[in-house]
Design a binder for this molecule. Structure first.
Ligand code: SF4
Length: 378
């Protein structure tokens, strides 16, 4: 079960026929993709089932809201398929496919499309990175990097490992959640990971888990294979209404991920991506829910940062009072923002950094830690 992908909502027979028909139009706008394994995790008796919300289209997706490229990734391309936004990190978008399509995906514009944002030939990206010694981190993403055939993944990792100044390779994947069989049934994959995740230079798998129910026995077996092969696992998820936004689910997710060796790394504010209105949670509400969840878990489980992936950088939400919200650039696109600390008036209706600017100008700003504004090689 699980290897065959389903792209026609009409084949999801657990949905009543009239519902399948009404969802068809949505899938023409934002493609549907899943498999039997992932669909089997849904409790079909519960209309609010969180796994269902992750993968089954919802009529609210057609409501006008947000932008298709909410963080203006288009501005980050330096060669086809390669984004270079932060000085030390390059992203290579290796495909436009995932094991399933999350309804809230911030890259839904790529779903199954032929896109100039993706390059199946990574030679230009490799050459770009080779010529820039400041790039020490490379993230293979897409889509899902583990959708690549293993021979192709092997070739990509070999080329990147051939660049001496790249220390860390990250593989972005939701495959342990969507289709753990991709990992479990592939005898080549562990040896490929083992070859390129060395004592000196590790491979990290950035695993996308949204809900504790995705951590099935099969998912744990897939994570175990990756870990035993020498990869380090870190988990990340956006905070999504009806899926994981409440403190209890978040605390469970933190606890379970840490227990299985995939501690959370980032909690993302849901981007204002087109079709995502129903999933979005205001910043203040998310911050409070995360703090409540953190109060229930141990240090390792709560070390993740809560950030907005804004066009200007990764902006961490660091504090809240009755009338103020405190932010800090965790990663900055421009040197002037490096480590910049921002204080805004609190607005409980704000969903995104730009909303804070619109509803209340910053009352005070500090650029701190100026001495770290080095953009040269490490
Ligand atoms: S796994 Fe990531 S890239 Fe793929 S559909 Fe989900 S959010 Fe988008």
């Amino acid at each position: 079960m699980g290897n065959e992908y389903i792209t026609d909502i009409d084949r999801v027979l657990s949905l009543p026929e009239d519902e399948r028909k009404s969802l068809k139009g949505i899938t023409e706008k934002y493609a549907f993709r899943s498999n039997e394994y992932y669909l089997s995790l849904i409790n079909w008796d519960d209309p609010d089932d969180p796994i269902r919300k992750i993968i089954i289209p919802d009529p609210s997706e057609l409501e006008a809201w947000g932008a298709l490229d909410a963080s203006n990734e288009a501005a980050n391309y330096v060669v086809p398929g390669c984004q270079h936004k932060y000085p030390r990190t390059a992203l290579i978008l290796v495909n436009e496919m995932c094991g399933g399509f999350c309804r809230f995906c911030f890259r839904k514009r790529l779903f199954g499309q032929v896109s100039s944002e993706v390059s199946h030939d990574i030679s230009e990206a490799i050459e770009y990175i080779r010529r820039r010694k400041q790039i020490t981190n490379v993230l293979l993403t897409g889509g899902d990097a583990l959708m690549m055939p293993s021979a192709k993944l092997d070739d990509a990792l070999r080329q990147i490992r051939g660049i001496g100044h790249v220390k860390v390779i990250r593989i972005g994947s939701k495959m342990p959640a969507f289709n753990p069989s991709r990992i479990i049934d592939d005898p080549e994959l562990p040896s490929i990971i083992a070859r390129y995740s060395t004592r000196e230079r590790r491979i990290y798998v950035m695993a996308h888990f949204n809900h504790p129910r995705e951590l099935t026995n099969k998912a744990l077996s897939a994570l175990d294979i990756l870990m035993k092969a020498g990869a380090i696992i870190a988990a990340q998820t956006p905070i999504l209404r009806g899926i994981n936004h409440d403190p209890e689910t978040l605390a469970n997710l933190m606890r379970e991920l840490s227990a299985v060796g995939a501690p959370p790394y980032y909690f993302f504010q849901c981007r204002p991506t087109a079709g995502n209105k129903a999933y979005a949670v205001p910043i203040v509400e998310t911050y409070i829910n995360l703090e409540k969840a953190k109060s229930q878990v141990s240090g390792l489980a709560k070390r993740a940062k809560y950030v907005m992936s804004h066009s200007s950088g990764k902006i961490e939400v660091v504090g809240l009072t009755e009338d103020r919200i405190y932010l800090r650039y965790h990663r900055a696109r421009w040197p002037r923002d490096e480590s910049r600390f921002l204080v805004f008036r609190r607005d409980d209706r704000a969903y995104w950094f730009d909303d804070l600017r619109q509803v209340s100008e910053p009352v005070r700003e500090h650029a701190v830690l100026q001495q770290y504004k080095s953009y040269g090689p490490e």
